[in-house]
Design a protein around this ligand. Sequence first.
Ligand SMILES: C[S@@+](CC[C@H](N)C(=O)[O-])C[C@H]1O[C@@H](n2cnc3c(N)ncnc32)[C@H](O)[C@@H]1O
Length: 285
Amino acid sequence: MASQKKKTKKKPLKKEFTRSISKYALYEEAVQCPDWHTTHFPRFHEWILGKGKVPRRLREDFCGTARISCEWVKSHKDRRAVGLDLDPEPLAYAEQENLSSLTSSERERIELRQQDVMVPTQDKFDLVATCNFSFFIFKERKLVIDYFKAVHASLDKKGTVFLEMAGGEGMIERMEESRAFRMRGFGKFKYVWEQHQFDPISCVSDYSIHFQQPNRRWMKDVFTYHWRIWGIREVREMLLDAGFKRTVVFWETLDKNGRGTGDYVPAETGDHAHAWIAYVVGVKE
Ligand SMILES: C[S@@+](CC[C@H](N)C(=O)[O-])C[C@H]1O[C@@H](n2cnc3c(N)ncnc32)[C@H](O)[C@@H]1O
């Protein structure tokens, strides 16, 4: 016998407001802090080279959407920036979303180039910034040294290269860490950082970034990384091998409870942190 269940009119599904969003917008919101870099790198540069040695010309290597370059030209009328990246997609996003909101004066002082960082630039820079551990894509010592040589050739006599590095057990253990963010016009989203199995023989590990959108749909493996986890000591040695005269390490200070303060000072020894971020600087002269 056919079911006598009364047919009810189906309610239309509640329309969820989910405007499509670029993965780069989510990345910028969850991962980047460009004003920290544009404030601190010049201070560290001046500390290393002496008072009055103010860097004006920045090259942002592996620039992606060029947030640091944009912040750099916004922060002072004499600052100029060139961003290098191989991938045309983030560069196009940068042009459309980030450079378009600059004033004409700021726009004149920034240039993005689809270019391999392994090739030295003709123009010379006061400071090269390599953030978010990007040079970890070079897994062989020779490649890293070749990259450092290319940077060395692109720096002014008084130039510095700032390498943002991460390490410690916390960087190589298998784990997943999630954080919630809210973005105007989009809503609440979740950022997940996943660390896969580390190989102690090659010192290589895989990492992924996932996002959960306000409608709870997942965007999985939006960004993936295959990185060699280099140590600070070997990176300092490679900088010297590439021709840098000296190196300086900026290490995070601790409060009285042993927690990181967010302040960095030059250091020759560091605490055995579970996970750390540090800045290794190569000084050309
Ligand atoms: C981890 S993202 C860095 C994004 C951004 N700089 C940041 O700090 O978050 C790495 C970027 O490096 C770029 N890249 C990889 N190899 C490169 C190379 N040899 N030359 C220039 N860019 C490269 C990729 O296209 C990618 O956009």
